[in-house]
Design a protein around this ligand. Structure first.
Ligand code: ASP
Length: 420
């Protein structure tokens, strides 16, 4: 049993969908479940639809038109016969969103977001499944919302693992005996059958949920990079491919912000000893990286860069110590505003955190913090994490940079820096 996950870039246009279909077709006959993301930038565009709708700008339909046009083009490039039923099927999927947009936005933004944005994966998976079937493969499209059950924390839903694993185990193996199953990443459903999403980039996590429920032998995430590299090529000229790494190193790297895999993906695989392959859909012959139980560290130091950081410094007004009561209040505010700490540090009378500068929710957080604390902040910083650091690697990243904060443990060094 194998699970494949294809991200948005791998299905962004007709040529890429043909390439994905060829990769699926070239696999040996073992049962295969395929998890797919929304095409290209569709999720970003649907986020815009949700935003325009909730803010009542009158531009939601216009924003949706872009998504419709991209998919019309994609279908026209894939299917010669304009009477093929897929054209109507995708058009009908858009009608469901239009019904939402015709009403007043009465529900919460998060709820409406999930009902709108989940469409991206529903249509990309229908298109891939239909195209693959059109080329002669025995494919069945499956709605992930019938298998992945969540609570109602819209936009960041929490998976009900027991219920989900039970349903996957009970129903999917029989289907997989005769068909390649194509389903969606990123989405699930509540007990009341409302759509939920698992957080941005959550399709990797969906693939791990299916792999875990099916006790798959391995999960392969197909990407536009050759595998896990020791740094993002966006920031480093000389990157190296890491051919194998342990679950622990993979969890640590993704926790600190390596974007190659969604951070929640690895733990469920580790629990069941399911190997995770990261391979390139541009070069399917290459073996890429395998993440599995391994008793050795990374062969080379690895670097993770996070730009656009804000350092927030928080001090109790009365100069009392930073103790559990203050900390629990501060952490509750972070949780409420959905802000993740990338680095934190405290002294007796101050607590400081570095977070991604995501705009509006930071301003709201700062306003609330200021009600109880003296707050100062500095924007435009960069957070560099080095796993398996040494002095040479630190010197290498500090050229023209000044250290604002530094944290080290045995394996990992975090440097919050500013350009000089
Ligand atoms: N389409 C979703 C996103 O872009 C989920 C995913 O691709 O993993 O965030």
């Amino acid at each position: 049993m194998q699970v494949f996950k294809f991200g948005g870039a791998s299905v962004k246009d007709a040529d890429n969908i043909k390439n994905v279909t060829a990769i699926i077709a070239s696999q040996p006959k073992a049962p295969l479940l395929v998890v797919v993301s929304a095409t290209g930038k569709t999720t970003d565009q649907l986020e815009q639809v949700a935003l325009q709708f909730v803010e009542e700008t009158g531009k939601a339909f216009e924003a949706l038109e872009k998504v419709k046009e991209n998919h019309r083009q994609l279908l026209a490039d894939l299917f010669e016969d304009p009477a093929h039923p897929i054209f109507d099927e995708i058009a009908n999927s858009f009608v469901e969103i239009e019904w939402i947009l015709e009403e007043e936005p009465q529900d919460s933004y998060d709820y409406l977001y999930d009902q709108i944005v989940s469409l991206g994966e529903l249509i990309s998976s229908k298109i891939l499944a239909t195209y693959a079937a059109h080329t002669g493969l025995a494919v069945k499209w499956v709605d992930a919302r019938d298998y992945i059950f969540t609570d109602n924390t819209y936009r960041e839903a929490i998976v009900d693992w027991d219920k989900t694993a039970e349903k996957i185990k009970r129903e999917l193996p029989a289907v997989l005996e005769n068909y390649i199953v194509v389903t969606q990443g990123f989405i699930g459903s509540t007990s009341e059958n409302f759509s939920t999403t698992l957080g941005r980039e959550g399709s990797d996590y969906s693939a791990a949920i299916f792999a875990s429920g099916l006790d798959a032998q391995d999960l392969t995430i197909w990407k536009d990079v050759p595998g896990v590299l020791n740094a993002d090529p966006k920031w480093f000229d000389r990157t190296e491919l890491i051919p194998e790494l342990s679950y622990t190193d993979a969890i640590e790297l993704t926790y600190y912000g390596a974007t190659v895999i969604h951070p929640k993906t690895i733990k469920p695989l580790q629990n069941k000893n399911i190997a995770l392959n990261v391979r390139s859909f541009l070069n399917p012959e290459a073996t890429g990286t395998v993440i599995h139980a391994l008793n050795q560290g990374l062969p080379v130091p690895s670097f993770i860069f996070k730009v656009n950081q804000v350092l927030i410094n928080i001090q109790p007004r009365d100069f009392s110590f930073i103790l559990e009561d203050n900390l629990s209040h501060i952490f509750n505010l972070f949780h409420k505003h959905r802000i993740k700490n990338n680095m934190m540090h405290n002294s007796a009378i101050s607590f400081s955190v570095s977070i991604d500068d995501t705009g509006k929710n930071i301003d709201n957080l700062l306003d609330e913090l200021k009600q109880r604390y003296t707050v100062s902040f500095e924007k435009g910083l960069e957070l560099i994490t080095i796993r398996y650091f040494n002095q040479a690697t630190i010197d290498r990243v500090l050229v023209n940079k000044k250290i604002i904060r530094e944290l080290k443990d045995s394996y990992t060094c975090q440097l919050l820096v500013k350009n000089i």
